[in-house]
Design a protein around this ligand. Sequence first.
Ligand code: F6R
Length: 588
Amino acid sequence: MCGIVGYKGKRQASSVIIDSLKTLEYRGYDSWGVAVVGNPSISVVKEVGMICDADTINNLGSGTVGIGHTRWATHGKVTEENSHPHMSSDGCISVVHNGIIDNYQALKEQLKKKGYVFRSETDTEVIPLLIEDFIKNGCSFEDAFRKTLSFLEGTYAIVSIHKDSETMICARKDSPIVVGVGDGEHFVASDSPAFINHTNKVIYLENYEMAVFNGSFEVRCSITGDIIDKKVQVLDWDVEQAKKGDFKHYMLKEISEQKETITKAIHQDDKVLQGIADAINESYGTFFIASGSSYNAALSASYTFSKIARKHINIVDSSEFPNYEHFLTPQTLMITVSQSGETADVLDAVKVAKKKGVKILSIVNVMGSSLMRNSDHTLLMNAGPEICVLSTKSYTSQLAILTLLAYACVGKLSEGKDLLKSVADHVGDLTDPKTLLGTVELASCLKDKEHLYVIGRGQSYSTALEAALKIKEVSYIHAEGFAGGTLKHGPIALIEEGTPCIVFVPNDETRKEILSNAMEVKSRGGYIIGVSDEENDIFDFFVKVPDVGHASPITDIIPIQVLSYYLAILRGCNPDRPRNLAKSVTVK
Ligand code: F6R
């Protein structure tokens, strides 16, 4: 979590950095800060809360080298002192950091013994102080930076500047860094949307690589110091995709883009797709590994694989995967699903699997992400940047690709494509502005509720989990998803007069039983919101969705994404930045 940026070029660094930080706020938004090399010293602004601009830019001066940070607190409370950048005690060095330094307490003790005083509770502050200490002992800024890295245990993406040298340096280990290559200027960021309006030419740093920006630009091995030849890649994401346009929030924009993103998701190279389907068929044990919404998409797909391809898939939450290592052999196949490709638990699961010789396939949205680089094969979702912290378009893109794979496993790729093309059209209807507004009525009726339950069976069980996740994370209404059959084993005790319960009733084998579960809830006073292709007397409120067969999880979730959005709005919550959350969960 946390977003870091750096800029060295010919423009006013503060204004470039503040714009970049705003696009990275999805990675953390507790507090933020910027440092710019000035004359005679580094100017720093740090604040808790929203990133502000005009005054801040002026206070930071006209320097052309600087760094910035938007924080998701891990070590230390949300305070100005704990926000980044952190400075050396002599004020010459400034550092921003994403990741966790595991051995910071030991390093802190050593530095304290040398007389250094700490101003924050963070793990990061050891970094500028270590650099300072090495410089005091005769090292150049670059050598001091490299030596400091050799003392750090844990994960890091670091950018640092020095007051006298006009040099900016960055390095990474297990936290992402991408360098943007402009015309006479360079950008450093956790993620490319931070600078996409300046350049689409990028260089991805690997672990133990360090980029030094002085007059020129070099990437060096952070252990040996050897120069590494890096390839510049060109991104096909554009500026407009990363902007809100006429929408008030990214969440609504991204929900509305789904006709297009599903169409792009299924636009895959057939040969590659078929090759992956063959690998699934040939594997001895296939695992789907993911977290959060991506896990819900993978769980949904495990039902699709069972129904269409008669194939058993092991589905494991990535944070739990290390417990399954005993079942892995070189014949096992792991399919990881992740929007960001930076989720720490997913990357850790990949490490565990690779040690056992497991082949890794990934379904990822962010090109060049750590997951993509650590996979044997990748299918890109092609959803464009997803800026809202909540997954919406990436979730349906994941479902679309996984559904396609299930069809490919039984040689029916074109049948799958035809189905998904028609689904994309239905999605276009569901996200039409008029249909969206219809959901406001439901949101108004639910906005003051404290608890809400969601049920489904079969594939719709995973949709129920995803629906509950969307509602709770953005509106803070307590929402839980259950399998319809689980209700009687406990959760039904929670139903009282007026308790809302969303029920997914698709036209499949689950219809009869889920309707009787809904009736059980209604008999105890529950208010039933039916999401179905067909009206039913049991429903107190009816949300109509099309009947799209095996692809119903894609269309069924959309009205609930929209409902979640309006619940957030009516309850005064910011849908793009729910409290306590960050888009890329880069810590375990
Ligand atoms: C929920 C949400 C999260 C992510 C999860 C995994 O709306 O966005 O639950 O799905 O953190 O993230 P990725 O897909 O980037 O691995």
